[in-house]
Design a protein around this ligand. Sequence first.
Ligand SMILES: [Zn+2]
Length: 321
Amino acid sequence: MLIRVFGSIVLLCVTAVSLAANPTGALTDGHVHILSPELIKIWKGLGIPFSRPDEYYSDIDVILRNTAVRRIDLISMAHVFSSEDFGGFQNERELVEKENSFVAAARDKHPKKVRAFCSIDPLREYALAELERCRTQLKMDGIKLHHNASQVYLTVPEHLEKVKSVFEFAAENKMPILMHFDNSHRRFGKPDIDLLVGSILKELRSVELRIAHFGTSGGFSQRTRAFLNAFIEELDAEPGLRKHKITFDISAVALDKDSEGIRKLTDDEFAVLAKYIRRLGLKRIAFGTDYPLYTPAEYEAILRTRVGLSERELEILLKTK
Ligand SMILES: [Zn+2]
């Protein structure tokens, strides 16, 4: 099933509506993907359709022109190479390194506009070595985890230990983590949050954690709401969380178009989403688009017209981070 492997990136196969021409008010886009030509080739070889020319996905200049914000967080997709459904690669580690190096090189072209996030599968034995290479040699700025592609279950003690060491690495080196937490298991939610908070975050020194897509894998379903309810409860109840900067990345949540396996929101769901945005508080929400899914201008328009955020609210969401 593609959605399990690719997580949110499957959404890039959606033929996007025309690019909004008007500039966005957003200062930063915290969730932008870039793919190396090699990764695009592998994906195409698997029969995944790409609706746009390759440079739309792989050329940093084109990406900066399309996103048109002051700063972007460029997120590596290196985690896909170890994904089971990808078929397995003899030279997996080499491919992972090349992909992260490609993202770092894109950042090096525009160091003032781009922060680069190194992606690893935390369950691989080379995970920490690759993170260290990303930090020291590539000078990357953050870490991307994708618990769906890597099939991470915090309920499995060995997985929990490995994820914990990644968090310790992040805290020690002051690297923010962007985490796609949802592993697609039907019971994913509160038990996983309890483990993240109780066994990792509570005792950890300060870390910056951004939870991708409001906690699930895109869209705004009952599952997303249950996730947010459980997390909000923890934030209120656990003083050990106050030292951390925890935000929720809104990318791929307010979908106004269907994508494989993820349905666009109904009008009612857009209204409920607005309630959750206000309940979380705009300061706890990080703006991001999951480009190439949307550009910032397109996504801002959805937040304004479909979710119904006020100009004042948009201002806080788009400009305060
Ligand atoms: Zn993404």
